[in-house]
Design a protein around this ligand. Structure first.
Ligand SMILES: O=P(O)(O)OC[C@H]1O[C@H](OP(=O)(O)OP(=O)(O)O)[C@H](O)[C@@H]1O
Ligand SMILES: Nc1ncnc2[nH]cnc12
Length: 303
């Protein structure tokens, strides 16, 4: 195969091959969807889901009852654990320019699974992130009923996350794979259309559902999955992705809160002119230099 990855040493901060700025501190972090400026609310943190919260949006309800007691100290330690997990995960990602086609900077999440340590960090980070953004208890008392994962990369971590959250797992599949009655939704991809299906009895009316996938690009897949969940009567609490291709504005297609574990690409892959200093087209994407840190300076750090 001719795929080439960016070497660790020469790799620019994530999402922009021309950006050679050193890793940023809090004050000069770029404003991304997942790390907005102080003046702007963080769009990765949606409003608390009413079904999971009391009238003040913070307390009350069965799930919240489970959180009472030592909440603030455990929140602080969870936040620091989550920040440290995110840092390791960022270092585990790789980017492949011009894959699967020219102009696409492909985010390779497979190293997060080939390493036992990273895999374990990913699942723990997801578990903590869910509790943080949906304001639920950490772990099996989450109160989330179903995790829905999108074919196929959403299948890599959706089931494990579901176990951790005390939830069931339900797949959204491409057509012709699921037996019995299915609900289906057609959606637009970058080129042409695709169809997603779910088994009609997979979600019970009113069940609290979180949709997970590795990446949100145009948002077409995730929006179709959201429509299917609602068709089946599910209560869609929100979406969790590992990362986002910000410049495609996929989150604008979604009508439930959207959260990403790590920040993603802010801009489209640039041409040679924009490459980091000292690189040529031939030199830049040297396949002999295998590891890229796709996390970089733009990675999300929720305060
Ligand atoms: O936001 P969108 O533009 O809809 O794109 C995002 C989807 O694209 C990728 O899946 P892909 O269709 O490549 O399938 P795969 O997971 O089977 O590789 C990715 O895993 C998401 O599911
Ligand atoms: N740039 C990208 N990297 C990995 N998966 C993707 N799915 C859609 N766009 C992608």
């Amino acid at each position: 195969m001719s795929a080439q990855s960016v070497s660790h040493d020469s790799h620019p901060p994530h999402g922009h091959p021309s950006n050679t700025a050193p890793s940023t501190q809090k004050s000069d972090k770029p404003s991304t969807a997942s790390h907005p400026p102080d003046s702007k609310p963080d769009p990765t943190v949606g409003p608390p889901h009413p079904a999971l919260h009391g009238p003040d949006g913070k307390t009350g309800g069965n799930i919240e009852d489970a959180r009472k007691g030592g909440q603030s100290s455990s929140n602080a330690s969870s936040a620091s654990e989550l920040a440290s997990l995110k840092a390791s995960l960022r270092n585990g990602l790789r980017q492949f320019p011009d894959f699967p086609s020219k102009g696409v900077l492909f985010e390779d999440i497979m190293p997060l699974f080939s390493s036992h340590a990273l895999h374990s960090s990913l699942i723990r980070a997801m578990e903590l992130q869910v509790a943080d953004v949906f304001n639920t208890a950490v772990g099996e008392d989450s109160g989330i009923d179903v995790v829905v994962g999108l074919e196929s990369r959403g299948f890599l971590f959706g089931p494990t996350l579901a176990l951790r959250l005390g939830a069931g797992f339900v797949p959204v599949r491409k057509p012709g794979k699921l037996p019995g009655d299915v609900a289906e939704e057609t959606f637009k991809k970058e080129y042409g259309e695709d169809v997603f299906q779910m088994q009609s009895d997979a979600i019970k009316k009113g069940q609290k559902v979180v949709i997970v996938d590795d990446i949100i690009a145009t948002g077409g897949s995730a929006a179709a999955a959201g429509s299917l969940v609602r068709k089946l009567g599910g209560d869609l609490i929100g979406y969790i992705f590992i990362m986002e291709l910000d410049f495609l504005k996929g989150r604008e297609k979604l009508d439930a809160p959207v959260h990403t574990l790590l920040s993603g690409q802010e801009e489209k892959l640039q041409e040679t002119l924009d490459m980091p200093m000292g690189m040529t087209k031939e030199k830049a994407w040297d396949p002999a230099k295998p590891v890229a840190n796709a996390g970089g300076a733009n990675a999300e750090e929720k305060p």
